[in-house]
Design a protein. Structure first.
Length: 305
């Protein structure tokens, strides 16, 4: 698709985020959109409902929020309106009605005629702090019964740095200095997790008919210098549709590296061959299309002839 027409036709990249209370969903979305502000909510008619309180706090206020929340509502951050998010609050309770609503929403959105109205990816947040390391009934039910069709699902193991504390304590008990234990804990946590029960349950559990496409571990998302670059890279890699991949890469503003990588791999390589110099092709009058194609991978980029 012509990059100048891409956002005009599809407009925004649409993400469904799922997760129990206190899974860190709000924080992840804020990091992706590079803001500390909470999102604004719009109903299906495009009317502004309210400036939303944090997702996880809203879950704790379920008695008041259940009647107000609608998974069809769109959450948009003013800092990056190119992303639109849907939240499945209430689903973590594991109730049949909440689960059925999520299934119906996914099924309905996957059948939308317009690509702009479909869910483009699902982020499922599972926290790794002490109280959340065992899978809930809702999580087991989702990965065994929920048909997401062609919509890719990525599991986000949030609050992964909680595992660092466990490994730090274990290293200290073995006589490792505090300085060395602090440096070694993250890698030890990754290795222990790779062989732990969560991934076995997620990918190998009997009856788990619909495992996610992949997963990613997200530590320290609450820090000011939090890096959500790995999530951006993993999401871009997971998207099989080239149109959606370009839309996602050009919408995110977290990492310029991803834009450059895909611009070279997907666009530049298609135009060049081994017998022609890059500069002569890019700046040649007959190949202005190369510059246009490269610009399509970058956010807020206007390419003039």
């Amino acid at each position: 698709m012509d990059p100048s027409k891409l956002k005009e036709k599809i407009k925004r990249f649409r993400i469904l985020i799922i997760g129990r209370a206190n899974a860190g969903k709000t924080t992840v979305l804020q990091r992706v959109c590079k803001t500390r502000e909470n999102p604004e909510i719009y109903n299906s008619a495009g009317e502004k409902v309210q400036s939303m309180i944090p997702i996880d706090l809203a879950v704790l206020m379920a008695s008041r929020e259940r009647g107000v929340h609608d998974i069809e509502n769109e959450m948009v951050f003013r800092n990056n309106p190119g992303f639109v998010f849907h939240d499945s609050r209430g689903f973590e309770a594991g109730g049949h009605s909440e689960f059925d609503k999520v299934k119906a929403f996914i099924a309905s959105r996957s059948k939308e005629r317009s690509l702009s109205d479909r869910i483009h990816i699902i982020w499922y947040c599972i926290p790794m702090d002490e109280d959340g390391r065992s899978f809930t009934e809702a999580e087991v039910k989702f990965f065994s019964q929920c048909d997401t069709g062609s919509i890719p699902v990525i599991v986000l193991f949030t609050k992964f740095d909680a595992l660092y504390d466990d490994e730090f304590a274990e290293l200290i008990s073995k006589g490792v200095s505090r300085k060395d234990a602090e440096a070694l804990a993250p890698q030890h946590a990754k290795e222990a997790f790779a062989n732990g029960p969560q991934l076995k349950l997620l990918y190998n559990r009997k009856g788990n008919q619909r495992p996610p496409r992949c997963h990613i571990c997200l530590p320290n998302m609450d820090k000011d210098d939090a890096d959500c670059g790995p999530l951006i890279k993993r999401t871009a890699k997971t998207l099989n549709d080239d149109t959606l991949k370009k839309l996602f890469v050009s919408t995110q503003r977290t990492t310029l590296e991803v834009c450059m990588r895909y611009a070279v791999e997907r666009s530049l390589a298609q135009h060049l061959d081994s017998t022609q110099a890059i500069s002569s092709r890019i700046f040649g009058k007959s190949d202005r299309q190369i510059v246009n194609d490269l610009g399509g991978w970058f956010p807020q980029t206007s390419v003039r002839s």
